[in-house]
Write a protein that binds this ligand. Sequence first.
Ligand SMILES: Nc1ncnc2c1ncn2[C@@H]1O[C@H](COP(=O)(O)OP(=O)(O)OP(=O)(O)O)[C@@H](O)[C@H]1O
Ligand SMILES: [Mg+2]
Length: 126
Amino acid sequence: MSKIKKILVPVDGSVSGCKAVDEAIFFAEKCDAELDFVYVAGNINKDIPSHIVFDRIWEKLPGERKARKHVKSGHVAKSILEVADEEGSDIIIMGSRGLGLLKGVLIGSVSQKVIEEAKIPVMVIK
Ligand SMILES: Nc1ncnc2c1ncn2[C@@H]1O[C@H](COP(=O)(O)OP(=O)(O)OP(=O)(O)O)[C@@H](O)[C@H]1O
Ligand SMILES: [Mg+2]
């Protein structure tokens, strides 16, 4: 893997997504990388306002770390991959599961789709 200078972190406000945020911040500090957080609204998560999702992240973000918020609507995995393209992200760090209630499945449908379609490395945090 070449140098990691831009990390994309898809978030849906879930606990597992939150662990991915902690890992992403850790890697960003180690690599001196920028962070892009993306929340795709307008689907089953439409009742979580994006500022609530981002506020929790910004609380634990080291002050000097460069980070941006992206809010998209539409197809979740596709929107995440569009942001990765637009931003020129080097890696995606995301949760294995999200807010979905389906048990007994190793990873959620968004993680699965992103892993399948991404052209860059994807780190899935369990
Ligand atoms: N709306 C979203 N916007 C941005 N990232 C998301 C969104 N939904 C999920 N993700 C990302 O994908 C990870 C896995 O969530 P996913 O939705 O695949 O699992 P799930 O909710 O448990 O299952 P499913 O949605 O298939 O019922 C999350 O931790 C988060 O990183
Ligand atoms: Mg989900």
